[in-house]
Design a protein. Structure first.
Length: 354
């Protein structure tokens, strides 16, 4: 085994995270790691088949970890989110510390301060005792280093694989409809209702020039009911859950990705938008401001403000040439999130730990 510079690697990494075949952004990220790294070895702590199956999978992982340690794995990389998965991640982290792993906890949300505050202190202690804490943005690092007293906090962004051929939006005709795409969970926290409401002031004037495709699962009936209530069925199509092939089709067809979330980490979808040369309208939460440069490759708006979404969409309707300009800037900006530079930074971290 060699590191990314071709040297013999002194580390052997065991990754623990959610079911790689599950739904959600972190599961999608695990699939990306598996796709781009030939040294990615992972044990899951959850199952897409429900809680009981997830409990059994977690117990199996905890039982296998000592044998992995005996087999030479010396670095444990645990991916954590601030939800029910956190407790499974915490148990794996604490068990790994007892087994003598060099431990890394990779935090994928921006609300760990609020999330950890009411919990048992053992969870915060496990994080502070980790060999390294990985965060997605500089803005998150202060909490872990200053408040939790973590010995080493490293900023490493999520990564996204490249695609060979992307649509040349510079050849897009100005009279073509503006094609918007929402892709994610259908919940209030993801801002999908705000997005639907943002279209209402535009619907009458732009019936033939505005299209929104909504892809995802969750509160489907409620979203469809709002579309019907606001009489937006002529400009909004509901795609439901889509597989990788259909996602690829939608991203090639669409002009602007919209992510109006109230809370986020660094969603894979926003990175994929850059890969496909798409402009992006996103809320200024989590690590999304690290990806979207306001007015350069998209726009940042405040969460829970449909009027701001309306204004950003109106800009692209009024300035169709900016669609390709912002898309090209997004494609250029995404270079730092491609596998080679991100994996090289991880390699340097792993090597320094052992």
């Amino acid at each position: 085994m060699a590191d990314y510079a071709g040297r013999p690697a002194s580390y052997k990494v065991l990754t623990v995270g959610p079911d790689i075949h599950g739904s959600g952004g972190l599961c999608a990220l695990m699939r990306v790691y598996a796709r781009v790294s030939d040294r990615f070895h992972m044990l899951p702590f959850s199952s897409r088949n429900g809680r009981i199956a997830g409990f059994l999978i977690e117990m199996s992982t905890l039982l296998r970890m000592p044998f992995c340690r005996l087999a030479g794995y010396n670095v444990l990389h645990v991916h954590a989110t601030s939800d029910s998965f956190f407790f499974r991640a915490s148990r794996a982290l604490r068990w790994g510390q007892k087994l003598g792993f060099r431990t890394i906890v990779h935090c994928h949300n921006d609300d760990f301060a609020d999330f950890l505050a009411p919990l048992d202190k053992k969870h915060a202690r496990a994080i502070s005792r980790a060999s390294a804490v990985l965060v997605l943005s500089d803005s998150w690092a202060t909490y872990f280093s200053k408040t939790l007293g973590c010995r080493r906090v490293v900023v490493i962004p999520n990564l996204v694989p490249d695609v060979r051929i992307v649509r040349n939006r510079a050849k897009r005709r100005p009279e073509e409809p503006l094609r918007l795409l929402y892709m994610g969970k259908l919940t209030q926290q993801k801002g999908v209702y705000d997005l639907v409401r943002a279209l209402e002031p535009l619907a009458a004037k732009y019936q033939s020039y505005l299209q929104l495709a909504i892809a995802g699962s969750g509160e489907s009936d409620q979203v469809i009911a709002l579309i019907d209530e606001l009489k937006l069925d002529r400009i909004v199509t509901f795609e439901g859950w889509v597989d990788e092939k259909e996602k690829d089709r939608l991203m090639r067809l669409s002009d602007v990705l919209i992510l109006p979330s109230y809370r986020e980490g660094m969603p894979v979808g926003i990175l994929e938008a850059g890969i496909y040369g798409m402009a992006c309208i996103a809320t200024s939460v989590g690590a999304m401001p690290d990806v979207v440069d306001d007015g350069v490759n998209g726009f940042l708006v405040d969460p829970g403000e449909p009027d701001q979404l309306t204004d950003a969409i109106q800009f692209y309707l009024d300035n169709p040439r900016k669609i390709s300009e912002h898309g090209a800037a997004a494609r250029e900006h995404i270079a730092a999130f491609l596998p080679a530079p991100v994996l090289a930074r991880l390699d340097a971290l792993y090597s320094s730990l052992v």
